[in-house]
Design a protein around this ligand. Structure first.
Ligand SMILES: [Zn+2]
Length: 474
């Protein structure tokens, strides 16, 4: 598989479970029972919180989670297709571009050209009265200048001519956030790139699940990425593949990125609540004084666990832990001291927790095997692998969620699957039944600071929900 040579992806901590979230969402999206009315609503509100400050201090945060194994992405196509018409928040017309197009500037040397179907930069230059030589000079003035060749239908280019009919200035708005310009100088052309910084506003969304989290979230106005983030935030506590029930409920306060009143993207989830089978869960995003960001429960306990729930995404449990079962190859009753996850060959396998690689090599019937020592107490084992991820070797360190290898069928195995074992103090236990170890709660001065943030967010959700329910009753 192509992904084998890939290095482990840089994996933002808060997004460790993105992939399993997606796997869960996928199965949920496919499991759709006939739809009744969904109570879902979204409003935009202005929260006066330190949260925006926090965002400013964190501008280079990685964008939305991306999967380690985008190569086995055929399921995504379905999700993306379904999601392509996700309702966005209030979306006013694109004022700047249209305004420009409708009101040509008085300057006779400036032309605004709207890119039509089939246009290339060459035809645009032609329309502006410029020659192929002008085009050649402009495009070859620098590597950056070649970006002017990226045209989208409907996009408006501003072309300013010199008095003798040459190119003085060329401007192209590549997106709501990026504009590039080329300006004539004595020596040739000067390329400039301008980035518009979006403003951030907060929004509230609420939904009750009647078929899948994915569909309800979509109805509530949440984007695909935002829904994945939501599943991700609660991923240590809720198994989105198996635990979701009709009537489950979610609320989110999240950031929207806005340019000229138009939503151009999502920011972070600031706070969320999820009621799963009657049990409430809360989450608040918090960046501590050392600058590390994580989600905590509303009262400050960590949501991150020492182990992730499942080391493979897009997998189905093909065999559970048991003290005695019929072994298809050995042809006799034998204990199965692990869990089998069936998935296509090449599917990435992730380290369940941080630790040291005790073994990355062949081990008898396990075939290609990795054993990770997490601390004195816990060990995990991954068997039948097709191969190991780049850089994984005996004695090395791994991070939770890091791809360590790929699904295969080496050793005593009937088909591609991962055999996963979990040991506590040298004793095999059922990983599916383990209460996952908790990370440390917030303490000391951070606790006070956290509560000052958490309380208003929870109150805000209470208020939003009450308002919404009252409106629905009328
Ligand atoms: Zn097994």
């Amino acid at each position: 598989m192509t992904s084998i040579s890939k290095a482990p992806p840089p994996y933002p901590k808060s997004h460790l479970l993105a992939a399993s979230g997606i796997a869960a969402l996928l199965s949920l999206a496919l499991l759709v029972f006939p739809s009744r009315e969904v109570e879902a609503k979204k409003t935009t509100l202005n929260l006066d919180l330190n949260a925006s400050e926090q965002l400013e201090s964190n501008p280079s945060e990685p964008q939305q989670p991306r999967l380690p194994g985008e190569s086995n992405a055929s399921p995504f196509a379905q999700i993306d297709a379904q999601n392509s018409n996700t309702p966005q928040a209030e979306k006013p017309a694109e004022k700047p571009a249209e305004g420009l197009a409708q009101l040509p500037p008085a300057d006779p040397y400036t032309k605004l050209i709207t890119v039509a179907n089939g246009d290339t930069l060459s035809t645009v230059f032609q329309k502006a009265g410029l020659t192929p030589t002008h085009l050649h000079e402009a495009l070859n003035s620098s590597d950056d200048a070649k970006r002017f060749g990226q045209l989208k239908v409907g996009q408006v280019l501003e072309v300013k001519l010199t008095q003798d009919g040459g190119l003085q200035h060329l401007q192209s708005k590549l997106s709501d956030l990026e504009t590039i310009t080329l300006a004539k100088t004595d020596k040739g052309f000067d390329f400039k790139r301008e980035l518009t910084k979006p403003t951030v506003r907060t929004a509230y969304a609420h939904g009750v699940i009647n078929s899948s989290l994915f569909l309800s979230a979509k109805r509530a106005g949440l984007s695909h990425n935002m829904t994945m983030d939501l599943a991700n935030v609660f991923g240590y506590d809720i198994d989105f593949a198996q635990d979701i029930r009709e009537g489950d409920e979610f609320e989110v306060i999240y950031e929207q990125k806005v340019v000229n009143d138009k939503q151009v993207g999502d920011g972070n989830i600031l706070a969320a609540r999820f009621v799963n089978r009657g049990k409430p869960f809360t989450a608040v995003r918090y960046t501590n004084k050392q600058g590390s960001t994580s989600y905590y429960t509303a009262d400050g306990n960590s949501m991150r666990k020492a182990f992730i729930r499942t080391p493979v995404d897009f997998a189905r449990i093909s065999s559970r832990f048991s003290m005695g079962r019929f072994h298809p190859i050995l042809n006799k009753i034998r204990a199965h001291k692990g869990v089998d996850y069936a998935a296509p060959r090449g599917t990435p396998i992730k380290a369940a927790g941080d630790g040291r690689v005790q073994l990355a090599g062949r081990r008898g019937g396990y075939g290609n095997t990795i054993i990770i020592q997490h601390n004195k107490t816990y060990t995990t084992l991954y068997g039948h692998m097709q191969g190991f991820a780049k850089g994984i070797k005996t004695g090395g360190m791994v991070k939770q969620g890091q791809v360590i290898g790929y699904i295969g069928t080496t050793g005593l195995s009937t088909g591609p699957h991962l055999h996963y074992e979990f040991q506590v103090n040298g004793v095999h236990v059922d990983p599916l039944s383990q209460k996952l170890a908790m990370a440390d709660p917030i303490s000391g001065p951070d606790k006070t600071r956290f509560m000052q943030m958490s309380k208003p967010l929870m109150a805000q959700m209470d208020q939003e929900k009450a308002t919404m329910l009252a409106l629905n009753k009328r």
